[in-house]
Design a protein around this ligand. Sequence first.
Ligand code: ADP
Ligand code: MG
Length: 711
Amino acid sequence: MSQQQISLKTFDCTTTRVPNLFASMVFSNKVMKERLPKETYKALKRTIDQGKSLDKSIADVVANAMKDWAVEKGATHFTHWFQPMTGITAEKHDSFISPDGNGGVIMEFSGKELIKGEPDASSFPSGGLRATFEARGYTAWDPSSYAFIKDNTLCIPTVFCSYGGEALDKKTPLLRSMEAINKQALRILRLFGHTNVTKVNTTVGTEQEYFLIDRKVYEQREDLLLCDRTLFGAKTSKGQELEDHYFGVIKPRVAKFMKDLDEELWKLGILAKTKHNEVAPAQHELAPIFTSSNIATDHNQLTMEIMQKVASSHGLACLLHEKPFEGVNGSGKHNNWSISTDTGINLLEPGESPSDNAQFLLFLTAVIEAVNEYQDLLRVSVATPSNDHRLGANEAPPAIVSVFLGDELTSILESIEQNSDYNQKDKEVFKVGVHILPRFPKDTTDRNRTSPFAFTGNKFEFRMPGSSLSASGPNIVLNTIVAEELCKYADVLEKADDFNDALQKLIKSSIVKNKRIIFNGNNYSEQWVEEAKQRGLSNLKTTADALPAFIAPNSIELFTKHKVFTQAELHSRYEILMESYSKKIHIEASTMIDMVNLKILPQVSSYVQSLTQTSINKKTLSQNINCDYEMKQITTLSDKTSQAFIEVQKLKIELNTAQQISDITKQALYYKDVILPDMNSLRSVVDEMESNCSSDYWPYPNYTKLLYSVY
Ligand code: ADP
Ligand code: MG
């Protein structure tokens, strides 16, 4: 073979290998087309594209084809794959086997099994819903998300509801919110003459941050095993001060992990695209190419799961917690969001013509208005006890919601608002529907990375979601609040005699009303906190503070109007989230108590004993030998151990008190106001002990080992 032939062959391998691998474990549109009879395929497509219900006989044919395909790929089981309120996915595997009457088995899968499942789901959180309505829940196939094979199991993406139809999962309301925004956006698009558009979708690309540490080190820490974050740990001498990790060369072990991860994700049809090192040591990021929001949410759940699995097979542990380590950056999940039509138009992309631009400005102001009016709901959508450690800390957007637009777009909006010059040279006022917008730079250099909600050229990047959060919550809120503003706009514009005039007025009044939410400065600064207060923006610092907004009258009105949540569903979710807040802090505090009682105090005590013995030995040799070091350490550590002991006793009593509080809101506030501060003070005593204790005695791997264990 000539040199050229060889290199062409290699080239050919890589050009076909990845495309062949991609979605090889997905019952995709392509597979459906190949394997289903024409009529069945058409009927299924109607179900997928238009939400039409699927006939039982058709479901049987689809199920059978799915089973044949899955069995060929080595699958032996199937499961309805769903996303209960636990925040992670759930599955219960059933095998395809069925007795053949002759003592053997055949592989079977019926349409009924495909469409509906009845998991005994009484242990999933329901916030009282199942008690009120029906004892059991059921799962129903969501044909808009493709079935896939994972661990020799055919996974069928499903929604999870009570018998009364109340949503018990994170997917049902997301699908409903997509329908809500579809309906309202279509009304607006009709007004702009887009009669060919039949569907509007929201699109999402989730940038996923995570930490990767050595598994052996991970397994030695109960706090990481039980709580996903370190509850103790003295600072390492080198954190992220040098900023040498961001976009740095990827270490060989990490690179191997990333390569395997990409391939596993590609097999599942997940568009894993970008990978790089993040700011903190041991921190990395993966970003996929965006897709429709329900699929992006499914894919992100799968990505988190596969990340942890692949890490484990490489002797690593993947940490998805928002703040696994104090003193270095935490991890987020940036939710890039936009709206697009089935004709391929991104509605947040400035257009080529004045009319396109008028439409862009209308959608833009709708988003700004939505964020301003429902800032508390956006805050609620990212509220978890783990994310509380990140929001407002130095590296993450603060708990205050604001919108970054960039200078150029802001000056256009100002020109519309004040009838003032927008273009310095031409002294022109920007007129909606008359002028063409400039292209806004998408380049990353002048990005404001401190803003919680930033316009980035043709999409918004919502940076508040935490790394471990399901993407569904933030997108349910985004879709619904924007649907509401579009609805209000459509109500006005549909009645207008002069459309352009009404449009100009509407956009102008919306800017006036909502400009307080626009902030292009440094969101991390102290001045902003003060200024935001002056502007009347909320600053809900913790989950316990934020959650009540979810069941406030304006939230109930919004979600019920757009049929995204019923009032009962909202209350049930409130209850689940509040309870989970308390439970998670409870587990952390209990873990701290055990770590201190069972390992830290006994070990430090042994170390003090060895120091004591050393000083006694020294004195035996000669009374004149200096024992200052030993004496000083004995005193310091003895003080700290008794202090820690007292703090632990106190925390124990408080945990008991907390469990006696029956009102869930009051209970959460007790965890926030009493227990969390005491956990912090226990931590600081223990961290000081760690800094003074011999590493031979300290029972846990320290921060240096944790953060620099992978190379
Ligand atoms: P940047 O680096 O400027 O933030 P990227 O192009 O890398 O932009 O995109 C970041 C994320 O945003 C990716 O996941 C990408 O797929 C996603 N994204 C890009 N365009 C859209 C869009 N129209 N809707 C939703 N997400 C998008
Ligand atoms: Mg980005």
